[in-house]
Design a protein. Structure first.
Length: 121
């Protein structure tokens, strides 16, 4: 593995280690329109909802507004971790194949080998 890729991989691992909070799923804000006597409906909220897949099912739970910022940070932490993991995988695969990950068209896998393509020509 070349030094550049090894350094990039190490930087990614260090950044992953700095993520202290993670949570699966997503957090959404909801507002409700409540009829007002003699006037336009009043908007109430926000109400926070945490959704996550648990045991093959989508689970939803209401979150108090006071807990929403910490949960949002944890969900963003998991999303950032997944993004960094994907970069780490890409670098490691490129190193395994002896490719330069900076090049856009470095030997990509396709359904047929180059030899099979030449035979058809």
């Amino acid at each position: 593995m070349n030094g550049k890729i090894a350094r990039q991989r190490q930087e990614l691992l260090l950044e992953m280690a700095r993520i202290e909070r993670m949570e699966t799923g997503s957090l959404s804000e909801e507002y409700r329109e409540v009829p007002a006597s003699g006037g336009p409906p009043q908007r109430q909220g926000p109400y926070f909802k945490h959704q996550a897949w648990v045991d093959g099912r989508n689970r939803t739970r209401r979150i108090p507004a006071s807990e929403a910022p910490a949960l949002r940070e944890a969900v963003e932490g998991r999303q950032r971790f997944e993004s960094l993991s994907a970069e780490f995988i890409e670098l490691t695969v490129a190193a395994t194949r002896g490719e330069d990950p900076g090049k856009k068209n470095s030997a990509k896998l396709s359904g047929k080998s180059a030899a099979a393509k030449r035979k058809r020509s």
